[in-house]
Design a protein. Structure first.
Length: 135
């Protein structure tokens, strides 16, 4: 249990840093994409901003538990296992919900695609952290 928590916290810190950097990257290099977040479909209530910063820890704890349960089924070396873990997470957990969001909400395909790619990168990075801390 200690390895799961430690790996989850470390991955959460790494994902939080990368999430904030990704946010600024999007604003600087893809302002047309970033402006879509001002659509009424998104909550403009700033009192919930802390939820944004907690998200990497929630996802990393869930993925850390998932890693501990299924790491034996992953084959290959360090990078291969981390990448495979990220792909599995993205295809099982993220792709179906992105499909549902795109089909039912007024969001652009580009926005949903970036969310999917973010989840894929999060899964890969978390997998690499877990592979290092809890092999």
């Amino acid at each position: 249990m200690g390895k799961i928590l430690k790996a989850g916290v470390v991955a959460g810190i790494v994902l939080l840093i990368l999430s904030i950097l990704g946010l600024y990257f999007t604003i600087w290099f893809f302002p047309g994409l970033a402006i879509q977040y001002f659509d009424p479909a998104f909550a403009a209530d700033s009192s919930r901003i802390s939820l944004y910063y907690i998200h990497p820890f929630i996802i990393s704890m869930a993925l850390s538990w998932f890693w501990s349960r299924f790491k034996g089924g992953l084959t290959g070396m360090f990078f291969t296992r981390g990448i495979e873990f990220g792909i599995i997470y993205a295809m099982i957990a993220t792709f179906p919900i992105m499909w549902l969001i795109y089909s039912s909400m007024n969001v652009s395909f580009a926005l949903v695609t970036t969310w999917f790619l973010l989840a894929l990168v999060q899964g890969i990075i978390a997998g690499l952290v877990f592979e290092k801390i809890n092999p």
